[in-house]
Design a protein around this ligand. Structure first.
Ligand code: ZN
Length: 128
């Protein structure tokens, strides 16, 4: 069994990812297995910076059913201040987003997909 470390919800105000100690890759959302190293992977939780800069973005007009009320929404590639790049939904209007804009993590929820080893964080980013 894999350790269910993500149950320890101690990081309410910090963005947490996982780092594979075998190859050094950092994953966000956290994973309990490194897709590159698989059985050799040794995952460790790491805290990520809560702030970053928008590198690129796209506006999504076709949303899944559960996102309907928020359509269209913005998904941005964000470079966190510690250098990690993540993809996140941005809580702002499509006309407000700009490349190079400063953003901050705002909100989170927890869920997991045990089969694929992916842990979902509902963290969104908003203009800082
Ligand atoms: Zn790895």
């Amino acid at each position: 069994m894999l350790p269910r470390f993500w149950r320890k919800i101690r990081y309410r105000y910090n963005l947490v990812g996982t780092k594979c100690e075998n190859c050094g890759r950092i994953y966000y959302p956290p994973r309990n297995l490194c897709p590159e190293c698989r059985r050799k992977s040794s995952m460790k939780e790491i805290e990520l910076s809560n702030e970053g800069t928008v590198l690129s973005y796209s506006v999504v007009y076709e949303a899944p059913e559960s996102f309907k009320l928020m359509k269209p929404y913005v998904v941005a590639l964000i470079q966190l201040d510690d250098g990690v790049k993540i993809l996140s939904q941005l809580a702002c209007k499509p006309e407000e987003v700009k490349i190079g804009m400063r953003v901050k993590a705002t909100f989170r929820k927890y869920g997991e997909d045990g089969e694929r080893g992916i842990i979902y964080y509902g963290t969104k980013f908003a203009p800082a």
